[in-house]
Structures are given as C-alpha cells and as structure tokens.
Design a protein around this ligand. Structure first.
Ligand SMILES: [Zn+2]
Length: 81
C-alpha cells in the first residue's frame, strides 16, 4: 500500500515536470515571436508586389516597390529620362 502510494505520487510528479517543461517551451517560443518587430506589409500600387512598409516608396498615400513604378504611376508609362 505504501509503495503503491509512493509510485502514484512519483507518477504525478513526473507528469507535472513534463507539463511544466512544455509550458515553459511554449512561453519561450512565444517570447521569441514577440521579439520580431511588427512590420506592416503594403502592396505596390503598380505591380501588386507585397513588401514591408519601411522598404516601400510612398507617394500620395500609395505605395510602390521601386522608383520606376512610382514614376510610372505618376505619369505616362513610356516617358523617357
Ligand atoms: Zn511595383
């Protein structure tokens, strides 16, 4: 009776340790996720390419992936410079 009671306690303790480790791993993984800066993704008004807002070129509230597309959206497509 005493040994069986001890084994049950041991089992509960092991389950508790495994459960606690799983929770800690999940929390540390979540913390790593939070370290990533939240960056808005915007869509190029000309070609539809998705890119981070800091890398995009903004003009009149519209976003573009490169100077060529920004200039194309602003005037004739076949202008030369
Ligand atoms: Zn583009």
């Amino acid at each position: 009776m005493g040994l069986r009671f001890f084994l049950v306690l041991l089992g509960i303790w092991v389950i508790y340790l495994v459960f606690r480790r799983t929770v800690q791993q999940r929390q540390s993984r979540g913390a790593k996720h939070k370290e990533l800066p939240a960056v808005d993704v915007v869509c190029c008004h000309r070609c539809g390419t998705h890119l981070p807002a800091p890398d995009a070129l903004e003009l009149d509230g519209r976003y573009f992936c490169c100077p060529e597309h920004r200039d194309d959206g602003n005037g004739p497509a076949n202008r030369t410079e």
